[in-house]
Design a protein around this ligand. Structure first.
Ligand SMILES: Cc1cc2nc3c(=O)[nH]c(=O)nc-3n(C[C@H](O)[C@H](O)[C@H](O)COP(=O)(O)OP(=O)(O)OC[C@H]3O[C@@H](n4cnc5c(N)ncnc54)[C@H](O)[C@@H]3O)c2cc1C
Length: 329
């Protein structure tokens, strides 16, 4: 890393701190490259942290099962010896090609110069669908994700939504919260039948054909919500936290205008994970080629392929094969 004229320079800038970007950071370090990892979310881990930190994952090599948050922790620990610079809560807005490198401009104007850029932007920036009654309550009792169950120990929690995520949060929160109520505006759920059944068997209160109409505070803190069940009188529920799990919209946003070949929100790459644009590579969910399977395991392999090829592009004397990590000191 080096600084000059308001620019910070790295060998590699990785856009997206999901599992693919985090593994790429480890690999870049292993190849002796300096790197920064940019993500518009405030926490690393991409879809895993945002959507299913408490779920078990069964198809990551080497783990019979691993909880989402533990996988992300492991990825951060693995990369840590190489001191990646994490620029979280920062969106990559602009990409320009310059002599011998690329320039990435972040929202807020920060400028990064790099020998190469690896786009690991997954499904893009995801924005939670809003809960109208909760306008102004985000961070004051309303959340869209539950990064830590501990924060909800002993709380009364109302989960709003009818999809898999809503039921996942219900099942995860049930053992720690004082009460969990699910409120859904239809009678039918989008969630898998098995998890709806599990929630019912646990005795979770499920209120259907109902909407949250008002957030009510006590001394400025969320204390209750009012719900309106179709054809009934409004009801007030205790609520220290409302989890608004109404789904997300995902969007590649600025990346769409970077002159790449993009189809169905995915960037075309060759077998080295290079895009046709010089010094620009992509890996993970965002990268497309015939036969692509969007999985964490695939992203890990693609990250290794991309970074090893980037190492050679940056230094043509370098070997493509990195050597075995088991031989590293
Ligand atoms: C509910 C659910 C369960 C799943 N279960 C499994 C499973 O069991 N096994 C499995 O293999 N896969 C599973 N997946 C899929 C898996 O999570 C993805 O394949 C994986 O997260 C892809 O990793 P990634 O790093 O490529 O992208 P992502 O995890 O999507 O991370 C991309 C990151 O890029 C950031 N970003 C995007 N655009 C920008 C920008 N312009 N500037 C800055 N940052 C940006 C985003 O904020 C995001 O954090 C599941 C997905 C979901 C939703």
């Amino acid at each position: 890393m080096s600084e000059s004229a308001g620019e910070t320079s790295y060998d590699l800038v990785i856009i997206g701190a999901g599992p693919t970007g985090l593994f790429a950071a480890y690999y870049a370090g292993f190849r002796g490259l300096s790197m920064a990892v940019v993500d518009s979310l405030p926490e690393a881990g991409g879809q895993v942290t945002a959507m299913y930190p408490e779920k078990m994952i069964y198809d990551v090599g080497g783990f019979a099962e691993v909880r989402g948050r533990d996988l992300v922790r492991g990825l951060l620990d693995q990369a840590a010896p190489f001191k990646p610079v994490y620029l979280l809560g920062r969106k990559a807005e602009k990409l320009e090609s310059v002599e011998g490198g690329v320039i990435i401009t972040l929202d807020g104007g920060q400028v990064l110069r790099a020998g190469a850029v690896l786009i690991t932007a997954g499904i893009g920036e995801f924005t939670p669908r809003p809960l109208p009654a909760g306008d102004g309550w985000l961070g004051r009792g309303m959340v869209h994700f539950v990064p830590s169950l501990k924060a909800h120990e002993g709380q009364h929690v109302v989960v709003v939504g009818g999809g898999d995520s809503a039921f996942d949060w219900v099942l995860a929160l049930h053992p720690v919260a004082a009460s969990v109520t699910l409120v859904h505006r239809r009678a039918k759920f989008r969630a898998a039948e098995s998890i709806v059944r599990q929630a019912r068997e646990l005795g979770v209160r499920i209120v259907t054909d109902a909407e949250v109409t008002r957030f009510l505070d006590r001394d400025g803190a969320l204390a209750e919500v009012e719900i309106q069940v179709k054809g009934a009188e409004p009801e007030v529920l205790r609520a220290d936290t409302v989890v608004a799990a109404l789904g997300f919209t995902a969007d590649l946003g600025p990346i769409e205008s970077w002159g790449l070949q993009i189809d169905h929100r995915a960037i075309a790459v060759d077998s080295t994970m290079a895009t046709p644009r010089e010094r620009v590579y992509a890996a993970g969910d965002v990268a497309a080629y015939p036969g692509k399977v969007k999985l964490i395991a695939t992203g890990f392999g693609e990250a290794a392929t991309a970074v090893n090829n980037i190492a050679v592009m940056l230094d043509p004397e370098a070997h493509l094969f990195p050597g075995h990590s088991s031989n590293a000191e």
